[in-house]
Design a protein around this ligand. Structure first.
Ligand code: SF4
Length: 337
């Protein structure tokens, strides 16, 4: 559904500039931005995907992944079409690189999405599967309603949003999982069609704004897996906040990178070791079912605090959500219901 866009300004000759993400597209009449879902019609910018849902599921929050945010809760998860990145390994390319009208969508208003979340016993709502920033008008309206309805709100994002977009949604956004796709700008340019710096700034700003932040780093063999790069990433995380949970995720061949093998588990374990030695308190290994490092351990005494096996969760925290052995209080937001 078409709706006038937020966060843009008119330019000469009926062109417009979109200020939603760090691409800052200048768009002529009849043209679309890089995400292909925002179009200049007669000198005004419109979103073409308001209310447009390509995917809707009730997921465990662990699937986002968020491990320190209402563990064990269910979240209504929604996606649309389009993306402002062009990742050569995109797992969701069938929706992310689809054009508007190319795949079947259903219309679900923000009000209806809140109703559905409640109806299906979800504690929150997440915009995920493709990039939520490019769906800003819909996610912003929905997030405002969700907060009124007592639901938590989540972005699963590439972090390329503008500071204006982040500032606007921040009062209504409780948590985010941000993909840091590599710790070198050249990789972002070559593999993702984007830039690293704005992503890092988004993470730093989310942390300052007290939006619960977890970061996923997909470890791709031969592309972003050198110990030096992992070390630089880990040192940056410690500067942002050593209590930020990090997910080193296993790569599987996909889309235009089917010639790259899956990440060896030893590489992920080495990344885990480097991150822990750098001082990051909570480091996880993702996409390796049943691995020990799916679970949360106390950063002070190494006691098992939250046990995970796939998406099943056993909370072993003691009274007041503290470590039952040493009394340390981990950075975990626990459901009150
Ligand atoms: S959201 Fe980003 S990619 Fe899409 S039109 Fe706006 S600036 Fe361009």
């Amino acid at each position: 559904m078409k709706k006038e866009a937020m966060l843009w300004k008119p330019l000469a000759d009926d062109k417009v500039q979109c200020n939603l993400c760090s691409h800052q597209c200048t768009i002529a009449v009849g043209k679309r931005g890089i995400c292909r879902v925002r179009e200049n019609q007669g000198g005004k910018l419109y979103t073409l995907i308001y209310n447009s849902i390509s995917s809707i599921h009730v997921d465990p929050i662990e699937k986002k992944p968020l491990f320190h945010f209402y563990p064990g809760s269910m979240v209504l998860s929604l996606g649309t079409v389009g993306c402002n990145f062009r990742c050569k390994h995109c797992q969701n390319y069938s929706i992310a690189f689809a054009d508007v009208g190319e795949i079947s969508i259903q219309e679900i208003t923000p009000e209806k999405s809140i109703e559905l979340a409640k109806q299906y016993g979800c504690q929150g709502i997440a915009w995920t599967y493709n990039e939520p920033t490019i769906w800003f008008e819909y996610t912003y309206d929905s997030a405002k309603l969700a907060k009124k309805a007592g639901l938590y709100t989540v972005y699963v994002t590439n972090g390329f949003m503008s500071m204006s977009a982040l500032n606007k949604i921040a009062p209504y956004l409780d948590a985010a999982n941000v993909d840091v796709k590599a710790f070198n700008p050249e990789h972002y340019k070559r593999i993702n069609g984007a830039k690293l710096d704005p992503v890092l700034k988004t993470c730093e700003s989310m942390k300052k704004k007290k939006i619960h932040l977890e970061i996923t780093y997909l470890v791709i063999p031969g592309h972003n897996d050198s110990p030096e790069e992992i070390k630089r990433f880990a040192e940056w995380v410690v500067d942002v906040g050593a209590d930020t949970p990090i997910h080193f995720s296993r790569f599987y061949p996909c889309y235009q990178m089917i010639d790259v093998p899956p990440t060896p588990v030893e590489t992920l374990e080495e990344a885990h070791r480097i991150a822990k030695e750098s001082g990051i308190e909570y480091v996880y290994i993702g996409n390796v079912f049943g691995h020990k490092y799916e679970s949360t351990f106390c950063p002070k005494c190494s006691e098992l605090l939250i046990e995970r096996y796939g998406y099943s969760v056993i909370n072993r925290l003691g009274a007041d959500n503290k470590c039952p052995k040493c009394g340390f209080k981990p950075n975990v937001i626990i459901s009150s219901t």
